[in-house]
Design a protein around this ligand. Structure first.
Ligand code: GDP
Ligand code: MG
Length: 289
């Protein structure tokens, strides 16, 4: 039996969440073309007869301009320090040198693979060239090329990962895919919809707090608060005559029903909490710790 912790690390948009989803075969992390959607340290637990791999998807790297951002960087660092193996993921079309500098700056103590993502549609020479660029770098045990989106070489990656993991008993029991409660993922699915439905600053100013998650006989009742910083943002979330929030609710409902495989009744409320992003207590209350 092999078991261990694997951290997926990389710049925003490298494809960390997509890779985690591909590895897990279920939608656990939210995926969005916008940056900063993954704030939490999400773990996916892949358990088979002879192995257990615990993946974490770190938040993207950003400047600690707000307290929230500092928390995100702490999550990145703690997740890397805990791991048995790190996957340093990058978009093959991104700047290799810049990624190299970033990977070097982590001063990793754990072994790492460089994972070149988004090889779909890339010329084979480009892939060979990128592989050669990262091969032999001090932090790099090997280069693996994949397409997380097209699920190309995901099994090759998993095989390489397993070779690096120590022998040991599983850390988690049963068939739990993750140690985070369903409630958390429900909040993430609602937040993902906010990213797709609203422009500009709104998604970065809003958070979602699931207040009630109760199983009734024929459906699950879910009540969630969308927390924003200003009245004007509340107005945008609601839309004219509540048009936008109705659309948000109906789209989120479909995804949540698919995720928990059950009919739901979803109630959404918008609340204004000035400066929630900078307040230590709010961050604690909303799970950023
Ligand atoms: P994260 O910020 O690192 O978590 O990146 P995401 O997983 O959210 O992905 C960012 C964007 O890249 C999304 O639009 C994904 O669909 C896209 N993406 C991820 N993996 C691939 C891939 O293998 N090929 C292509 N073409 N796009 C990808
Ligand atoms: Mg992500």
């Amino acid at each position: 039996m092999k078991s261990g912790f694997v951290s997926i690390f990389g710049k925003p948009n490298a494809g960390k969440s997509t890779l985690l989803n591909a590895l897990m075969g279920e939608k656990l992390a939210i995926v969005s073309p916008k940056v900063q959607t993954t704030r939490h340290r999400i773990k996916g637990i892949l358990t088979e007869k002879d192995y257990q791999v615990i993946f974490s998807d770190t938040p993207g790297i950003i400047e600690p301009r707000y307290k929230l951002h500092e928390k995100m960087m702490q999550a990145v660092r703690s997740s890397l320090a805990d791991a048995d193996l790190a996957l340093l993921l990058l978009d093959i079309r991104d700047n290799w040198e810049e990624n190299n500098t970033l990977f070097e700056s982590l001063r990793l103590k754990v072994p790492a693979f460089v994972v070149l993502n988004k090889i779909d549609g890339m010329a084979p020479e480009k892939i060979t060239e990128a592989t050669a660029f990262f091969t032999g770098k001090p932090y790099c045990r090997g280069v693996i090329t994949i397409s997380a989106l097209k699920k190309k070489n995901i099994d090759g990656l998993l095989k390489a990962v397993l070779e690096m993991l120590p022998e040991g008993a599983p850390f988690f029991e049963g068939d739990d895919l993750t140690d985070l409660p369903t409630k958390f993922f429900v909040g993430e699915l609602i937040r993902e919809k906010i990213f797709f439905l609203y422009g500009d600053e709104i998604p970065y100013q809003a958070t979602v707090l699931v207040q009630e998650f109760s199983e009734k006989t024929t459906l699950t009742k879910i009540r969630a608060d969308i927390i924003v910083q200003r009245e004007s943002q509340k107005g945008i979330i609601l839309g004219e005559g509540g048009k936008m929030i109705r659309q948000l609710g109906s789209e989120a409902r479909k995804d949540i029903e698919a995720f928990i495989d059950r009919k739901i009744f979803l109630e959404l409320f918008v609340k204004v909490r000035p400066k929630w992003r900078d307040t230590e207590n709010f961050l604690k209350e909303y799970g950023y710790n």
